[in-house]
Design a protein around this ligand. Structure first.
Ligand code: GDP
Length: 197
């Protein structure tokens, strides 16, 4: 798929105020600093589309972007920051859960994971919760340029092994680097395929 247009539409904290259109939605989520904004900017080819930040947890809202006038890309708030305090974390958790559980247009959720890190409890629990609720999702490993081929394979093997402790089947897995612009075609073609199926 070629991205011909990508425009910001609206920011929300309430799923009921999201766009009324019936177009399919593909949402991106991950812990702060995982590289979500960089990835969204990389795949859309628009540098400032999603706000990258050095400050963890800057994106607090559900951000809708319309792509090629045919689907929405949704930037969800990152999860799990200690510095937000319990109330802030609870509030964000509620916004995320409402959107994921209630948004019928949500076609697939991309869960971003930093390829360098060991499996984190918060990510594993989040994916289990998705499974329990029957939400279709895929894993996107980010920042693959930070690891050499051998080390990357090692990390991915360890991660998939961990997943298979609680999952019978692995979700689809995509590898990306915003720095090196890798994985863009694969991700967009994958979205194309799901939309057509
Ligand atoms: P977000 O908080 O998940 O939106 O993360 P950002 O997109 O703001 O990225 C967090 C940090 O990781 C920034 O310093 C980025 O420059 C860096 N980063 C993001 N993606 C990549 C990548 O693919 N490769 C490398 N080397 N750094 C990345």
């Amino acid at each position: 798929m070629e991205i011909k247009s990508a425009e910001f539409v609206v920011s929300n904290t309430d799923v009921r105020k999201c766009p009324e259109s019936k177009m399919p939605e593909y949402a991106f989520i991950g812990r702060s600093n995982v590289g979500k904004s960089s990835l969204i900017n990389m795949i859309t080819g628009k540098k400032g589309l999603a706000m990258t930040s050095s400050k963890p947890g800057k994106t607090q809202l559900i951000n809708h972007f319309i792509i090629n006038d045919s689907w929405y890309l949704v930037d969800l708030p990152g999860y799990g920051y200690a510095q937000r305090g319990k109330e802030g974390r609870e509030n964000i958790r509620r916004i995320i859960e409402d959107y994921i559980l209630e948004r019928e247009q949500l076609t697939n959720l991309f869960v971003l994971l930093d390829c360098r890190l060991e499996a984190q409890k918060i990510d594993l629990e989040f994916m289990e919760w998705l499974g329990e609720n029957g939400i279709p999702f895929s894993i996107v490993f980010t920042k693959i340029d930070k690891l050499g081929g051998g080390k990357l394979r090692e990390k991915l093997n360890a991660y998939t092994k961990k997943l298979l402790e609680s999952w019978e089947e692995l979700p689809p897995i995509l590898l990306t680097s915003s720095e090196k612009k890798e994985g863009k075609e694969e991700l967009l073609n994958y979205i194309d395929e799901i939309t057509k199926s």
